[in-house]
Design a protein around this ligand. Structure first.
Ligand code: TRP
Length: 409
């Protein structure tokens, strides 16, 4: 066995960086010309691409069809997934860890993606899951009170629970509510391994940033280590961890993986997604923003709102007139309704059919949009029904600090 190479260190933002260079870190996602260059991100961050062989392997090991997010390359990068699968095949289990920073009341579709995918992973691998709600992170980064962040965390927990997580295998916690004990001990261990210089290198902190921000990364790192959850994992401090997340969270986990060996802990594995484009996105140059209501479909939107937003705001790759469209066909590379169908239309054959028909001009933008309106209205209606069932008692039950006796069953 070779000694593990130190994680690549990547500056979040460098001085003298050209204007149009892309910036991707946990707090800022802005594309260069022509959209996010995901290949470049993979190279810069030093993660690995997910290829067809890995997708097939997941399908084989789990004896289940791979989730459409996986088959269609939306989760496109990873760190140490192959090792994790090797161990799983030999009978060694792992747990899942994901999270959300509760900065807004209503979630949009982009926010649901990691949770929908995590639910699939939980179901097919039959493993426990911890979900961190970083109310402290949002307190540090947004102009919100502690009370407001705590309230938003609880509201968001309902939307997360509505994704269908198994209460026998899922522990949800808020930082303000849970940090302490063994979790805090791990935070302290992690913090001592990361110099201020290193943190600046990874996260791009500036001298004007308050020290709350600087203090935060160990809070997001700690759940990667099983000993932070003694009520779940006892004294098993070697259990592996898999983190599904969007690629902008990678800096936190580069730091985590870098310190793990020094603490005698396992590095967490990662499976990372692209960003979900905003409705108006021309090229994939933005991620959906919670602050512009017309840039996103919210889980609280009515069928009428969904229809209006898609018809009015979804960027189309169709031609200006029907005649031209019939002649030239649609441009799939920039067409947002096609991108959204790629995320949310389950049927592979239908998706292929729509793409071909649209590209060759036989299907019009209006028709593609209409299909998308139906798909999303159904998805949102289903979510709303599920969320209406989530009572305060159910939230308390998911958040109770308790053992999960059948978490691998
Ligand atoms: N920082 C994330 C956000 O702002 C929340 C988060 C915490 C998270 N832990 C995580 C996301 C683990 C993915 C995986 O949304």
């Amino acid at each position: 066995m070779s000694t593990p190479a130190p994680e690549k260190e990547v500056a979040a933002k460098q001085d003298g960086q050209e204007e149009e260079e892309q910036v991707v870190n946990p707090w800022e996602v802005s594309a260069g010309k022509g959209g996010i260059d995901y290949d470049k991100l993979v190279d810069q961050f030093g993660c690995q691409r997910i290829d067809a062989a890995l997708v097939d392997r997941v399908a084989r090991i789990t004896a289940a069809p791979p989730h459409r997010f996986l088959r269609r390359g939306l989760f496109f990068a990873h760190r140490d997934m192959s090792e994790l699968l090797d161990l799983y095949e030999r009978g060694e289990k792992f747990y899942l860890y994901t999270g959300r920073g509760p900065s807004s009341e209503a979630l949009h579709l982009g926010h649901l993606i990691p949770f929908m995918f995590t639910k699939y992973l939980q179901d097919v691998f039959k493993v426990p899951l911890v979900i961190q709600l970083t109310d402290d992170e949002k307190f540090f980064w947004k102009n919100l009170s502690v009370e407001e962040c705590k309230r938003l965390a609880r509201e968001n927990a309902k939307d997360i629970i509505a994704c269908g997580f198994d209460i026998q295998r899922t522990f949800i916690f808020t930082d303000f509510g849970f940090v302490g004990g063994k979790f805090f001990e791990n935070m302290a261990r992690i913090a001592r391994c990361v110099t201020y210089n290193k943190a600046v290198g990874i996260f791009g902190f500036s001298p004007e940033d308050h020290i709350g921000k600087v203090s935060f990364p160990p809070v997001q790192a700690a759940p990667s280590f099983p000993s932070s959850f003694p009520h779940l994992f006892g004294d098993n401090d070697q259990l592996r961890c898999l983190i599904p997340c969007a690629i902008d969270q990678d800096p936190y986990f580069r730091m985590t993986r870098d310190v793990a060996p020094r603490l005698g802990y396992q590095k967490p594995s990662l499976i990372e997604s692209r960003f979900f484009p905003a409705l108006q996105a021309c090229g994939e140059n933005t991620k959906m923003s919670a602050s512009d209501p017309n840039s996103a479909i919210y889980v609280t939107d009515s069928p009428k709102e969904i229809k209006n937003k898609i018809n009015r705001y979804a960027f189309s790759g169709g031609q200006d007139s029907v005649e031209l469209h019939r002649k030239l066909g649609g441009n799939l590379d920039v067409d947002v309704p096609i991108k959204y169908l790629n995320f949310f239309l389950e049927d592979d054959d239908e998706l292929e059919r729509i793409k071909t028909e649209y590209k060759e001009g036989r299907m019009l933008t209006g028709e593609v949009k209409q299909r998308l309106v139906t798909v999303l209205s159904e998805l949102v209606a289903r979510h709303q029904r599920a969320r209406a069932q989530v009572t305060e008692e159910i939230v308390d039950a998911f958040m109770a600090v308790r053992p999960l006796p059948n978490m691998f069953g």
